[in-house]
Write a protein that binds this ligand. Structure first.
Ligand code: C2E
Ligand code: CA
Ligand code: CA
Length: 757
C-alpha cells in the first residue's frame, strides 16, 4: 500500500469514525432527553392529587422535558409516539388539576384511576423502550467504529486504542444513566399503585373501619351519618353497606349508652382518640363490646372521622368473669370481703356528704357446724347457698349481702331513714330464715344471730363492722337466735369475752373446773335414780362460773374437747368411787357438747374413761342435745349405736327444742328423752292441760323410752307429770346441783331409797 493511499485510507477511516461518533452522540442525547422526560412524568404522576399547584409545576417540568425530546429525537416514528402518549397523559393531569382546583378530590381521584393511571402505564414503558433503543444504537455506533478501525488500520493502533478506551468509558456511562432512569421509573410505578393500595387497605382491611362526618358541636348527640364502611365492618356488625349509610353513629349504640356517646364525642374532637368499654349494637339485635380508635381525616373533600372498631366481646366477658371471681364468693355468688369493704367505704364517704345513715349487719348461723359435720359438707354448702338466696331476696336492690367466710355473712344497708330501720331489717332477715330448708332430702331449721350497727358517716367505716361484730358476739352470748343492736358498752363485753377465753384456757390447766351433781328421782317413789354431772368453773376472782357463761366460748375453740374429756373422766371416777364404796352404784349422766360426735373422738374418750376408772358402762349415760343427735347420719348414727353396744345409755337432752319430730326417734339408738324445762314451765296448773308435754310423754312411752322431766320447780308440775306417767323428775324442787359429798349426805346411799329433802 502506497503511503498516499494509506494516508487517504486513514483519512477516510478517521472521517467515518468521526461521522459514527457524531451519530452515536446524537442518539445518546436523544436517549438522555427521553430519560429526563420519563423521570419528569414519573415525578408528576407521583405528585398527582397532592395539591393543584404542585401538580401544575410538575406538569410544566414534564412539558419542558418533552420539548427537549422534540429537539433531540431523530427517529420520527418514535418521536410521534412519545409526543402523542405524553399529550394524552397530560390532558388527564390537566383535568385532575382542575377538579382539584374545584375542591373535588374524589373526582380528581376518579380521573386519575380511570384515565391518568392507564395513560401513564402506557407512556412509561414506551419512554423506557425508546430511551433504551437510542442508548443502544449510540453504543452500537461506537462499537461499529471500533470494529472498523481494527479491520482497516493496524498502524493507526494508537488512535484506535484511544478511541476504544473512550468508547468503553462512554458505554459504562450510558449503562449507569440507564440504570438511574430505570430506578426512577420503577419508583413512579410504585407510586402509581399507591392509590389503589390505599383503597385496598380500607376495603380489604381485616380491621372494621367506619367513616362518619367529623362531629361538630351541633351534632354531638351522635347524629353522625356514616359515609363509608369497609367489608370487615359489614361482617362484624351484620349491617349491609346500604344499611350503614342509612344509619347514624348513635344508632349503633344501645339506647342506654347513647348519653355516653355525647361525652365520648366531646373527648374525641381534636385528633386521635382511643376508647374502650364501648358497646355497639349489631343488626341481629345483639350487643358487642368494642374498642375504638378514631382519627380525623378528609373524606370527599370534607373533614371526616375514621373509626377503627375491634370486637373485644370475648375478652371483655373473660375480664368481667375474672373481676366477678375476684369480688364474689365462689360458692354463693354473694359479694366477698373485698367487695363488701369497697361498698362500705363508698357508703361511708357518700354519707359524709349527705344525711340519713347506713347499717352493717353481721350474721352468723347458729350451730352450723352441727349440720356441716353431721350431714356432710355437701349439705352444709347447700344450706349456705339457700341461706344466701334468701338473704339476697330479702335486701333491697342497692344493698349488699356478702359472705365473709364459713357461715359468716355481712349485710350493708344503705340510705336508711333512721337507725331503727336497721333493726327492722334484721328482724325481717330472721323471719326470712325461719321456714325450714330442704337440704339433703330433709327439712332443717337453722337460726342466726345478727349484730346490728349503724353509722351516720362519723368515725371510720371499719368501726361500724367492729361494732356489728361486737353486737353479734353479745347476741351469741345471750343465747343465739336473735339480733342485737350495738351499744357502746358492748366492746367491753367483747373484751371481757376475750379475756374469759384466755382465762379459761389457763384455768383448765390450773384445775379450776369442778363438777356438781343434780339428782334425778323416780316420779312415783321419789327415790334417787341417778345424777347429772354439771360443770362449774371455780374462778379465783369470780367465784363459781356457770357453764352457760363459758361453754359457748369454749365451743368456739378446741377448749370444749378438753372440758368434755375432763368432765367425762371425773364423773366416771366419781361414779366408780361411789360404786366401790358403801354408797353403792349411782348412775351418772354426762353432757356431751353438740359438736361433731365423730371427729371429737367421742367413742375413744368414752372407752378411755371406762377403762381408766373401771366403771361399769351401764352406770354411765351420755346426754346429747337433740340438735346434735338427730341430724346425725351414717357414721355418727353408727357411733351412737356402738357406744350403746358398750352398755352406755344415751339420752336426748333439751328434747323439743331442736330439729326432730317425735316420730323420727323411732329406731334411733336412744334410751331416754329429757323434756326441756321450757315445756315443763308451761305446766301452770294441775288441771289445765299442757298438750305438748302430754304428746311428748305419750309418744316417748309408746317408743319404750324413759321420760325425764327437767326443771321441775313446783309441786303442781310434779303432780301433773306423775299423773301423765312421766318416768323421772329433775329440778330445783328435788334438788339444785350439789357436790358429790352433798349427794351422799342428802340422798340416802345404797340401797337407793326415798329422797331426803
Ligand atoms: P342442761 O344439760 O339442760 O342442764 C340443766 C340445766 O338446768 C343446769 O344448768 C341446771 O342447773 C339447770 N336446772 C336444773 N333444774 C332446774 C330448775 O328446776 N329450774 C331451772 N331454772 N334450772 C334448772 P347449768 O348447770 O347451768 O347448765 C347449763 C347447761 O350447760 C346445761 O344444760 C348443759 O347444756 C351445759 N353443761 C353443763 N355442764 C356441762 C358439761 O359438763 N359439759 C357440757 N358440754 N355442757 C355442760
Ligand atoms: Ca343435760
Ligand atoms: Ca337440758
Amino acid at each position: 500500500m502506497s503511503s498516499a493511499a494509506a494516508a487517504l485510507l486513514t483519512f477516510g477511516v478517521v472521517a467515518a469514525l468521526v461521522g459514527l461518533h457524531a451519530w452515536s452522540n446524537q442518539r445518546q442525547l436523544a436517549a438522555e432527553s427521553i430519560g429526563s422526560l420519563r423521570t419528569a412524568v414519573a415525578i408528576e404522576q407521583e405528585g398527582v392529587l397532592d395539591s393543584a399547584s404542585t401538580t401544575a409545576n410538575q406538569q410544566a417540568a414534564a412539558n419542558q422535558a418533552l420539548s427537549l425530546v422534540e429537539a433531540n429525537e431523530t427517529s420520527s416514528s418514535d418521536l410521534s409516539t412519545i409526543v402523542t402518549l405524553t399529550r394524552n397523559y397530560q390532558t388527564a393531569v390537566t383535568d385532575e388539576i382542575s377538579a382539584m382546583v374545584r375542591g373535588n378530590t374524589l373526582a380528581a381521584a376518579a380521573i386519575n384511576t380511570t384515565i391518568g393511571d392507564p395513560a401513564f402505564t402506557i407512556l412509561d414503558p414506551e419512554l423506557a423502550h425508546v430511551s433504551e433503543k437510542d442508548a443502544s444504537s449510540a453504543a452500537s455506533g461506537v462499537t461499529a467504529a471500533f470494529l472498523a478501525s481494527i479491520g482497516i488500520v493496524t498502524g493507526s493502533g494508537v488512535v484506535i486504542l484511544l478511541f476504544a478506551l473512550y468508547a468503553r468509558r462512554r458505554r459504562t456511562a450510558i449503562a449507569a444513566e440507564d440504570a438511574a432512569s430505570a430506578a426512577v421509573a420503577s419508583e413512579a410505578r410504585v407510586t402509581a399503585t399507591r392509590e389503589e393500595t390505599f383503597r385496598l387497605l380500607f376495603d380489604e382491611n381485616p380491621q372494621a373501619m367506619l367513616v362518619t362526618r367529623l362531629p361538630a358541636v351541633t351534632t354531638e348527640g351522635g347524629n353522625l351519618q356514616f359515609l363509608a364502611v369497609n367489608s370487615a365492618a359489614i361482617a362484624m356488625y351484620g349491617y349491609s353497606r346500604a344499611d350503614f349509610l342509612a344509619l347514624t353513629l348513635a344508632e349503633i349504640r344501645p339506647r342506654e349508652d347513647r348519653e355516653q356517646l355525647r361525652s365520648n364525642l366531646h373527648a374525641m374532637r381534636g385528633g386521635r382518640t382511643h376508647f374502650d368499654g364501648i358497646r355497639h349494637s349489631t343488626k341481629d339485635g345483639g350487643v358487642i363490646d368494642v374498642e375504638i380508635d378514631t382519627r380525623e381525616t378528609i373524606f370527599d373533600g370534607e373533614p371526616a372521622m375514621i373509626i377503627c372498631s375491634s370486637d373485644v366481646t370475648d375478652r371483655a366477658r373473660l375480664q368481667r368473669e375474672l373481676e366477678h371471681q375476684a369480688f364474689h364468693d365462689a360458692l354463693t355468688g354473694l359479694a366477698n370481703r373485698s367487695l363488701f369493704e369497697d361498698r362500705l367505704d363508698h357508703a361511708h364517704q357518700r354519707l359524709a356528704r349527705g344525711t340519713g345513715c347506713y347499717a352493717v349487719l353481721m350474721l352468723d348461723l347458729d350451730n352450723f357446724k352441727t349440720v356441716n359435720d353431721g350431714l356432710g359438707h355437701a349439705a352444709g354448702d347447700a344450706l349456705l347457698l339457700e341461706v344466701s338466696r334468701r338473704l339476697s331476696t330479702e335486701i333491697r336492690a342497692g344493698d349488699t349481702a356478702a359472705r365473709l367466710g364459713g357461715d359468716e355473712f355481712a349485710i350493708l344497708l344503705e340510705d336508711l331513714a333512721d337507725p331503727a330501720a336497721a333493726a327492722r331489717a334484721a328482724a325481717g332477715i330472721r323471719e326470712r330464715l325461719r321456714p325450714p330448708f330442704a337440704v339433703a332430702e330433709r327439712f332443717l331449721t337453722i337460726t342466726a344471730t345478727i349484730g346490728v350497727a349503724t353509722s351516720s358517716g362519723g368515725g371510720a367505716a371499719t368501726d361500724v363492722v367492729r361494732n356489728a361484730d361486737a353486737a353479734m358476739y353479745v347476741g351469741k352470748a345471750h343465747g343465739k337466735d336473735r339480733y342485737e343492736v350495738f351499744l357502746e358498752d358492748m366492746h367491753a363485753t367483747a373484751m371481757e369475752r376475750l379475756t374469759l377465753e384466755q382465762d379459761l384456757r389457763a384455768g383448765i390447766g390450773r384445775g379450776e373446773l369442778m363438777l356438781l351433781y343434780q339428782p334425778k328421782v323416780d316420779a312415783l317413789s321419789g327415790s334417787m335414780t341417778g345424777v347429772e354431772a354439771l360443770v362449774r368453773w371455780n374462778h379465783p376472782l369470780r367465784g363459781l362460773v356457770a357453764p352457760d357463761e363459758f361453754i359457748p366460748i369454749a365451743e368456739q375453740s378446741a377448749l370444749i374437747n378438753d372440758i368434755d374429756a375432763w368432765v367425762l373422766a371425773t364423773a366416771c371416777r366419781q361414779a366408780q368411787a361411789w360404786a366401790t364404796s358403801t354408797v353403792g352404784p349411782v348412775p351418772v349422766a354426762v353432757n356431751v357438747s353438740g359438736r361433731n360426735l365423730v371427729s371429737c373422738g367421742l367413742i375413744d374418750r368414752v372407752l378411755g374413761a371406762l377403762k381408766q376408772t373401771g366403771l361399769d358402762p351401764t352406770l354411765l349415760e351420755l346426754e346429747i342435745t337433740e340438735s346434735a343427735a338427730v341430724p346425725q347420719q351414717g357414721e355418727a348414727l353408727g357411733l351412737l349405736q356402738s357406744i350403746r353396744d358398750l352398755g352406755v345409755r344415751i339420752a336426748i337432752d333439751d328434747f323439743g327444742t331442736g330439729y326432730s319430730v317425735l316420730s323420727r326417734l323411732q329406731g334411733f339408738p336412744v334410751d331416754t328423752v329429757k323434756i326441756d324445762l321450757s315445756f315443763v314451765r308451761s305446766i301452770v296448773a294441775e288441771n289445765a292441760s299442757a298438750p305438748i308435754v302430754d304428746a311428748m310423754i305419750a309418744m316417748g312411752l309408746s317408743l319404750g323410752l324413759k321420760i325425764v322431766a327437767e326443771g321441775v320447780e313446783t309441786e303442781v308440775q310434779r303432780a301433773y307429770l306423775v299423773k301423765r306417767h312421766c318416768s323421772e323428775l329433775q329440778g330445783y324442787l328435788i334438788s339444785r346441783p350439789i357436790t358429790a359429798d352433798e349427794v351422799v349426805a342428802r340422798f340416802r346411799p345404797a340401797p337407793i331409797g326415798v329422797a331426803a329433802h
